[in-house]
Design a binder for this molecule. Structure first.
Ligand code: WT7
Length: 646
């Protein structure tokens, strides 16, 4: 069956499903030759517009410093209406959200009709609480359907949501509340994950106390356990949403109206509030979700990420719902109550498309195949990975053991900033090579560059850049467009710099090699070395700290901290761990800590991270020339004390 209905006027156009390599080449060439024509066709075909756009792209990378790009600038639409109302009308009984709780016996389903009712009530409740178009709401929740409902309700009224992953600390949450100027925080009493209770409301209390900007805190009751309560500020979801009217007229919003802000780590400073807008983003996630995964009407699609990350935004909520699909929300973790959880989930819900991170596959493969083999996986058709490079062994395990050698594996490369999948196989069309993200999707024009910005042609290695705008890309950094420009467009003027290194082989296949900046990727979680370092140097006994990543067999990267004590002080490792947890969150763990007498620095005082990285990965004998260091002897002292096993 076709992925979506194709009216006659576009039978051979941009919206035709890509089922083979020729069709892929054709679509890619079309988007390269005529990006506006290609994307306007996709946008009109896939979305319901209140006012159909006639304009494609306005602006370009060369003039990005003058202001954000715009796609479909004269169009208007409502994102929530696109994700819910039109499907409720066309197939209201289809399951929109299939939810499985931390305890596998706890499940819920919301049909499109039910979801429609819930988002209308939630939208009315948000309006009642005073939230208006353009104002910001922070969503700090676990994986419950109400998190998606909250996102959609914000989108419906034109409020800008910023979902903060439920593992972030109160300090990190407060930073985000302040940075975006949130009026409202939406949370739940407690979260439930892997059998553990997470005190979400209490973290919110700590974060927003003394923050005058936050007028209301809306609290969904998940576990019913005790929470603190501020009568003036706190409102129960079941009261506010429960009593709200069931009809809400979705307003038409400009295509470039901001949809959400999502904070993500960079190589320097505090996390950036990446801004995504409405029409272009929704066009892009709808198109890529349908195309890459070969979406069919009866699919049961399961992406087991968290809505706190971009994967959850684009491929649990907005992409699948824009496509009228059944999307699974999973509250738990892959090893609860046993390492068979994912495959049990697949069997019970007859999942057809499954999307996860390589780190989970590596962890599960290590637990033995019997956990997989004990469950029926015959429903599976497409297997996706995202978040980090997948090593060929993990790829083969996924393909051979999980997928019984008969499913398409799609290794999808993208970023918070790209909004959606950018380099990836298209399930039915692209011949794969284990470990390669294969080819750019239509509209994505990758290039490899030397550090000086020179083009690498043909096979070779370089910095991965994207040379032409695409509708799903981030428009700016919240409140700081200059930072947006200097982060992504200063390395190589005129193109978008991804921060990743990449190799292109003789067949034109792309192999992402990982970050080339000071961003860590630990179990698919993106964290900045600078965030760790600022947490560490705030510890009284610490004089200086440098944090680098090193290859870790399961997590992809581990976190290696070099710490210089204050004169005469000793370092308590537990205190360092606590500092990172307090400043960033529970997921910010230090894998290795080494107390060192000093850091290798140039004569101008710059820390030579290259050297620290080499030592951390156990390659301290390949340091090359270190004569430019202010004090080369420090290197031998670090090497002598290095912790070698990762
Ligand atoms: C960074 C972006 C994309 C959603 C989840 C992560 C790395 C992502 C792949 C892949 C190799 C990958 C890159 C990228 N990455 N997918 N398939 N192969 N590397 O989003 O937190 O913004 O992180 O994740 O290094 O720059 P994010």
């Amino acid at each position: 069956m076709a992925t979506y209905s194709v009216p006659s006027r576009v039978r051979e156009g941009a919206a035709t499903p890509i089922t083979d390599l020729d069709r892929y080449r054709e679509a890619w060439a079309h988007a390269e030759r005529d990006p506006n024509g290609f994307w306007l066709e996709v946008a009109r075909e896939r979305l319901r517009w209140r006012k159909e756009p006639t304009r494609g792209l306005d602006g370009d990378f060369d003039s990005i410093m003058d202001g954000p790009l715009s796609w479909f600038g004269d169009g208007t639409l409502n994102v929530c209406e696109n994700c819910v109302d039109r499907h409720a009308a066309a197939h209201g009984d289809r399951v929109a959200i299939l939810w499985e709780g931390d305890d596998p016996s706890e499940t819920r389903t919301l049909t499109y009709r039910e979801l429609h009712r819930e988002v209308q009530k939630a939208a009315n409740a948000l309006r009642e609480l005073g939230l208006k178009k353009g104002e910001r709401a922070i969503i700090y929740m676990g994986m419950v359907p109400e998190a998606a409902i909250a996102m959609l309700a914000c989108a419906r009224i034109g409020a800008i949501h910023s979902v903060v992953f439920g593992g972030f600390s109160a300090e990190a949450l407060r930073d985000r509340v302040r940075d975006c100027g949130a009026e409202l925080v939406i949370t739940q009493d407690w979260g439930l994950r892997g059998g553990k209770k997470i005190p979400l409301k209490s973290v919110v209390d700590e974060a927003v106390t003394g923050e005058p900007g936050v007028k209301k805190v809306l609290v969904y009751r998940r576990t019913g356990d005790e929470v603190g309560w501020d009568e003036d500020r706190d409102v129960w979801w079941h009261d506010a949403v429960g009593s709200a009217s069931e009809t809400h007229e979705a307003p038409a919003l400009e295509a470039e109206h901001p949809l959400f802000i999502l904070y993500t780590s960079g190589s320097t400073g505090r996390p950036k509030g990446v801004v995504h807008t409405s029409g272009g983003y929704l066009t892009y996630v709808s198109y890529t979700h349908a195309t890459v995964f070969d979406l069919r009407p009866d699919d049961v699609y399961a992406c087991v990420a968290d809505v706190g990350w971009i994967t959850g935004h684009s491929y649990i909520v907005y992409g699948p719902l824009a496509n009228g699909a059944t999307t699974l929300m999973f509250e738990s973790i892959p090893t609860h109550p046993s390492p068979a959880r994912y495959w049990d989930l697949v069997a019970r819900h007859r999942v057809t498309i499954f999307y996860t991170a390589p780190t989970a596959l590596r962890a599960l493969a290590a637990q033995g195949n019997e956990h997989v083999l004990a469950h029926d996986r015959s429903s599976l058709r497409v297997l996706g990975t995202v978040g980090e490079p997948i090593n060929p062994e993990a790829w083969e395990w996924y393909f051979g053991v999980v997928g019984e050698g008969r499913c398409n594996v799609v290794d999808t490369w993208w970023q918070t900033e790209t909004g959606g999948i950018a380099i990836s196989p298209i399930a039915p069309a692209t011949p794969t090579k284990p470990g390669s993200a294969t080819h750019p999707l239509p509209g994505i024009l990758p290039s490899l560059r030397t550090p000086e910005g020179k083009l690498v042609r043909g096979p070779g290695q370089g910095l991965l850049c994207l040379d032409h705008p695409w509708p799903g890309q981030a428009r700016t950094v919240w409140g700081d467009h200059e930072r947006f420009v200097s982060t992504y467009f200063a390395h190589v003027p005129g193109v978008y710099f991804t921060g990743d290194g990449c190799r292109r082989d003789e067949d034109g296949y792309y192999w992402i090699t990982g970050r080339v900046d000071d961003v860590l990727n630990v179990s698919g979680h993106r964290m900045g070395t600078a965030e760790f370092e600022s947490a560490l140097v705030a510890v009284e006994e610490v004089a200086e700290a440098a944090v680098v990543g090193y290859p870790h067999p399961v997590k992809g990267q581990g976190v290696y901290a070099y710490v210089v004590p204050q004169p005469g002080e000793t370092i308590d490792e537990a205190k360092l761990t606590a500092a990172c947890r307090t400043s960033i969150g529970a997921h910010a763990r230090l894998d290795r800590v080494q107390v060192v007498p000093g850091l290798p620095k140039t004569r101008s005082g710059k820390v030579m991270r290259r050297i620290l990285r080499k030592i951390a990965e156990g390659a301290g004998d390949e340091l090359g020339d270190i004569s430019t260091l202010a004090d080369p002897s420090v290197v031998d002292k670090i090497k002598a004390g290095a912790i070698l096993e990762g």
